[in-house]
Design a protein around this ligand. Structure first.
Ligand code: NDP
Length: 276
């Protein structure tokens, strides 16, 4: 991984950037548009949104304003819980495309494993994939048992699993399972939404490399072969976060960061998820 547009190759051969911009809680309209346009102008090529974020219109506008050929970008969206089920998912996908103003997505994910519905939802994703409306399909917030259950009846294997992942939640068993199954792991809340910026170990490692704590964490993601999508609406942080391709963490520092794991989530555990 040498530069911002470097990619991992998904199990179906599609290339996905290792690094992207997250836009959860980014207000629709000008804020979303500016964040996306700014990120792309700094070299970001991947944007992660969702119908739930209610900013697909602003994100789409940012993509258009950036003036980059569509095929150079990698756009992800997700089907929300109350849109799950076969027919509803097909409709949700088409609504997302319309809001984004795009004619295909690069990646479409099931946002949460809603009990009793995610298998029908997956069949809809398989259809969208076969119809070439989306280049890759995957899941989010799936534990190993959800993945096993899904794959038991699936025709297409998920290419990505996007889960909470940061130095306090290193997801070792899930990560190993995904590696064995050739499912690319992707980190949401890689910065634990700002809750790691006081960490002494990360601060000391940052000093050694003259990098910020955010940069140390994001570099750690990349060296662990986990796709990462930090969110910021501030131009200076969008740039800072992406400035992680000019240094490498030593094995010792990688191990020191791995050891910070506490199995501590900032979001909900998918097993105790209260469906909405
Ligand atoms: P992050 O861990 O990316 O943290 C974002 C927070 O950190 C924001 O408050 C941001 O503030 C701040 N921040 C960002 N960069 C810096 C920096 N360099 N220095 C100081 N503060 C910084 O949290 P998210 O929850 O947003 O996760 C990232 C993305 O993952 C989401 O935006 C979304 O796309 C995805 N996601 C997916 C989920 C799922 O269920 N699939 C769930 C949650 C997130 P500011 O914007 O003010 O700079």
């Amino acid at each position: 991984m040498k530069q911002l547009d470097d990619t991992t190759t998904l199990s179906n051969g599609v290339k996905m950037p290792w690094f992207g911009l997250g836009v959860y809680k980014v207000e629709d309209g000008r804020t979303a548009t500016d964040a996306v346009r700014t990120a792309i102008s700094y070299g970001y090529r991947s944007i992660d949104t969702a119908s739930f974020y209610q900013n697909e219109i602003g994100v789409g506008e940012g993509i258009r304003q950036a003036g980059i050929p569509r095929e150079k970008l990698f756009v992800t969206s997700k089907v929300w819980n109350d849109q799950q089920g076969y027919e509803k998912t097909l409709q949700a996908f088409s609504d997302s495309l319309e809001k984004l103003g795009l004619d295909y997505l690069d990646l479409y994910l099931i946002h949460w494993p809603v009990k009793g519905r995610y298998k029908d939802t997956w069949r809809a994703l398989e259809k969208l994939y076969r119809d070439k409306k989306v280049r890759a399909i995957g899941v989010s917030n799936f534990h190993v048992h959800h993945l096993e259950n899904l794959m038991a009846g699936a025709e297409v294997k998920p290419m990505v699993n996007q889960v909470e992942y940061h130095p306090h939640l290193t997801q070792q068993p899930l990560k190993s399972f995904c590696e064995r199954q050739n499912i690319q792991l992707e980190a949401w809340s890689p910065l634990k939404r700002g809750q790691l910026f006081e960490n002494q170990v990360l601060a000391e490692i940052g000093e050694k490399y003259q990098k910020t704590i955010a940069q140390v964490i994001l570099r750690w993601d990349l060296q662990n072969h986990v796709v990462t999508i930090p969110k910021s609406i501030h131009a200076d942080r969008i740039r800072e976060n992406a400035d992680v391709f000019d240094f490498s963490l030593s094995d010792e520092d990688m191990r020191a960061i791995d050891a910070l794991n506490r199995n501590d989530r900032s979001g909900t555990n998918p097993d105790s998820y209260d469906e909405k």
